[in-house]
Design a protein around this ligand. Structure first.
Ligand code: FAD
Length: 820
């Protein structure tokens, strides 16, 4: 090992500073000179947007190393404001120029490391050099942008590009209370992710008031008296006080190419596994080099800090004779977009398609941690894998919490060559605040391995064709969920009813089942396939469908400076009409919708209420509910980590049961025959859901079902001996019912009630009460009452007596008739 080497390093940030520090650790006698043309070395470029957004308030914290500290600790000769302008590989010399004085110096090297990074792209367009048009790469750029934000407070900023930097800048400026228009040429933000994953970000951006324009580009920028005017390809003009260009970066290769070093097809410096360029004495690292994609094996550009740092270290190792190897780039990355994070590792579906590699994919939507522990939020996880071996090819995740942990676990699994079967077996840390006994990673493994083992067939949104006569699409969610929006052509048979309703399904067609997130669809497929049907389940369910099919409702931008929300579409200020504030936080689906349906009855048509929830699915559901109940969704916006919606009551039925029979009413009749606790719960959940969707609902209680309606306390009534005995043996009221299965002498029931309480599911008496309030008709079968010796006085208030004619009359008017 030649320890007295002279090492020159070009570029003093991620890759360059890492190479310099590692070189010193390996050799105390080496002479190390670090050239940086800017003022600072080793600054946290990844933290720049957060200082603009004033999340990182102390600017100094971004300066991780100063030239003085680097000199003191590592004895590195740091030359800032010094640009290396030429390399002479023959002479092993560089020419470095002081950018302030123009003075040049020639320095010889034994080994040269290039880490010049990548420069933000500034397209040649009209007005690109106008005042207040910025890119963001270094501290100076950050200072310039922050100064405009601090002093001029532009009411609108146009952020061009929806990649990492564009998204972070959009958030930073919104967090400062200023308007943002984001212009993105593609149909999605966050290009490395697949579109259905990015769609979740679109909604998040809209929810936070970013005016997102997809599929358009900037044509020209013009300086005007009061700011800038940005012309976009759609023909629109956007006024703003500042433009931030974040449309990508280009490797800085001029120095290398002028020196005759090999440049690759993607425009980066070509290096081998030791980070050595085509000249054996010159190494190159970081954003300027082409890397090999870990999954596809193709040459690519992946400008990320982690690879740059590791490559700097590897270059230094090799300079000092260590055989360190850089083993490709996976593209593991994460980005915060307001309340969401998006993370990814390995290949995306787009990349796999381009590389013509075979793959299968699953989506799961588990909770970030145990649902009963506060703060749990859904996580959308997509896992791509080899359809033969199950080997992992890539993963993407979007969610409020726990995205980093899952993507990092999957990144390690992918790097280790693991399969989806290995994900099933992974033992990951668990306590309720952090995870679940079945972690989302295990869960993705189960879903994928089920497919490979043939336990369930899956299908994807791309395969849906409502017109295909050989297939029947079956929605196995509850009627309430079905009512909030469904896949065109689907019929609704809730999974819990499926076994009893098999004869409604055609045996000559393939059943395409789906539910909310894929779990009940899987259960339905297991039931169907064991009953001789051909069936496949929609992976990711309706949640993925909405994102992939562009069905996520577009949320109107909220103006940050105006609260409560303004309906931008109509220009109506909802604030003046909000008559009722409803706090539905802590309620789980369908709780918030049910609460909304109840509360809206308290206001008059034309008035509005505001409801706050922390179930993220509400943002999507509330639009469907309003649509199907004739109410108007005025706005949806983020509020204290949850969602606040403003809804104006419509002129007619407004979310409750119809008061009069009419063609518009979607009547539903449920015969409640059983007095099992779980069946009674199901009956009342469906009834409440249907009533919340504006249906007129009749529950017809017959035989054992009558016991649900009995008062808890004994009522003195005249009965003969047989009637008395019947009365003693049967459960008296909703509190006394038993589970149909796993009752275990009441233990199972207690456990079930405990889980329900923790998950904020309403109790059966509460559901009965809210059904009554929602206008659900409770009818006790007069004939069964007589047979079983149940007297009118024994029943709870609000129950009507009726006969079979009354039941049939209601059933014939309705479109749904269930037997429970
Ligand atoms: P750089 O860190 O860019 O350093 C190159 C340096 O070389 C520059 O300072 C330049 O002035 C200097 N230089 C160039 N040519 C010469 C020359 N001829 N002579 C002397 N000096 C020269 N990555 C992530 O993984 N996560 C993130 O969250 C993230 N956020 C980011 C946010 C922003 C705003 C930016 C700009 C980047 C972000 N990145 C992030 C990317 C990450 O910072 C880069 O991948 C990484 O810094 C690349 O390191 P590098 O050494 O190749 O180049």
């Amino acid at each position: 090992m030649s320890e007295s080497k002279r090492i020159l390093i070009v570029g003093g940030v991620a890759g360059g500073a890492s190479a310099a520090a590692r070189a010193r650790r390996l050799s105390e006698s080496a002479e190390i000179i670090l050239f940086e043309r800017g003022e600072h070395i080793s600054f946290a470029n990844c933290g720049l947007p957060y200082h603009i957004g004033e999340v990182i308030t102390d600017r100094k914290k971004l300066l991780i190393q100063t030239p003085e500290a680097m000199q003191k600790r590592f004895r590195i000769d740091v030359r800032t404001f010094t640009e290396v302008v030429r390399i002479d590989p023959e002479q092993k010399q560089v020419v470095a120029r002081n950018v302030k004085t123009g003075e040049e110096q020639v320095e010889a090297y034994d080994a040269l490391v290039l880490s010049p990074g990548a420069a933000p792209i500034r397209p040649p367009m009209e007005g690109i050099d106008s005042r207040n048009v910025f890119t963001l790469r270094n501290m100076a750029d950050m200072d310039a942008i922050k100064k405009v934000v601090d002093t001029e407070k532009p009411s609108n900023t146009v952020v061009v590009g929806g990649g990492y930097i564009g998204l972070e800048m959009g958030e930073a400026i919104r967090e400062r209370g200023l308007g943002v228009t984001m212009i993105e040429l593609a149909q999605q933000v966050m290009g490395p992710a697949d579109p259905e994953m990015a769609a979740l970000l679109h909604q998040q951006l809209q929810l936070h008031g970013v005016d997102l324009r997809l599929g358009v580009s900037v044509a020209a920028i013009q300086e005007e008296e009061n700011g800038l005017s940005v012309k976009i390809s759609s023909g629109d003009t956007v006024s703003c006080g500042m433009v931030v260009l974040a449309i990508g970066v280009k490797p800085e290769v001029t120095l290398a190419s002028d020196a005759g070093l090999k440049i690759g097809e993607r425009g980066g410096i070509v290096v081998d596994r030791h980070m050595r360029t085509s000249d054996p004495s010159i190494y190159a690292v970081g954003d300027a080099v082409e890397v090999t994609d870990f999954v596809t094996g193709a040459s690519t550009l992946i400008p990320l800090a982690g690879p740059a740092n590791r490559q700097g270290r590897i270059a230094a190792d090799n300079i000092f004779g260590r055989d360190s190897v850089y083993k490709c780039t996976q593209g593991t990355a994460i980005c915060k977009v307001f309340d969401l994070a998006i993370g990814m590792t390995g290949a995306s579906e787009k990349v796999l398609k381009r590389a013509k590699m075979a793959y299968e994919k699953v989506y799961v939507h588990p909770s970030s941690h145990a649902g009963y522990y506060p703060g749990a939020a859904p996580l959308t996880l997509k896992v791509l894998f080899d359809p033969q071996s199950g080997k992992l090819l890539g993963a993407q995740a979007v969610g409020k919490d726990g995205v980093d942990k899952r993507i990092d676990v999957l990144a390690v699994a992918l790097r280790a060559g693991l399969t989806v079967y290995d994900l099933e077996e992974m033992e990951l840390s668990y306590a309720p605040p952090y995870g679940s006994a079945k972690d989302p990673v295990n869960y993705a493994g189960f879903a994928a391995a089920n497919v490979l083992r043939g336990d369930v067939g899956i299908f994807h949104i791309e395969e849906l064709d409502a017109e295909d006569p050989a297939k029947l699409i079956v929605d196995v969610r509850t009627p309430k969920e079905f009512g909030t929006g469904q896949i065109p052509g689907a019929v609704n048979i809730p999974v819990d009813d499926l076994r009893e309703r098999l004869d409604e399904l055609p045996r000559d067609k393939e059943i395409l089942a789906y539910c909310g997130v894929g779990l009940r669809g899987y259960l339905a497929c297991r039931i169907l396939s064991q009953n001789g049907f051909r069936c496949r389940n929609l992976t990711g369910g309706m949640t993925t469908y909405k994102a992939a099919a562009g069905k996520l409702p577009k949320l109107e931008p909220e103006k940050k400076t105006v609260t409560p929300a303004v309906d931008v579409a109509s220009g109506v200020d909802a604030a003046s009409e909000i008559k009722l504030e409803v706090d539905a936080c802590g309620l789980q689906c369908p709780g918030p919708i049910m609460r909304l349906a109840q509360e809206i009855q308290k206001i008059n048509p034309g008035e509005a209420l505001s409801i706050t929830v922390n179930d993220p699915g509400f943002a999507s559901d509330v639009g469907g509910w309003c649509h199907s109940t004739g109410n108007r969704l005025v706005s949806v916006k983020p509020a204290n980590g949850g969602i606040q919606a403003v809804i104006e009551r419509g002129q007619e039925t407004a979310g409750a049961a119809c008061s009069e029979p009419s063609a518009a009413c979607k009547d539903k009749t449920i015969v409640v025959f059983s007095n099992d606790f779980d069946r009674a719960m199901a009956a009342f959940i469906i009834a409440n859901g249907a009533a919340a969707m504006g249906s007129r609902v009749t529950l017809f209680f017959t035989f054992w079902g009558l016991n649900i309606l009995r008062k808890n306390e004994a009522v003195p009534v005249q009965k003969n001996l047989v009637e008395k005995m019947f009365g003693w043996m049967m459960p008296r009221g909703a509190e006394k019912l038993q589970l149909s299965k796993m009752n275990m002498g009441g233990m199972g029931l207690l456990m079930m009630k405990d889980i329900m309480r923790k998950k904020h599911v309403a109790t059966l008496p509460e559901l009965i009460e809210s059904a009554k309030q929602n206008g659900v008709k409770l009818v006790a079968c007069a004939m069964s009452m007589d047979l079983m010796g149940i007297k009118r006085e024994e029943l709870i208030d609000g129950v009507e007596e009726g006969g079979v004619a009354m039941y049939l009359d209601h059933a014939e008017q309705g479109r749904v008739n269930l037997f429970i």
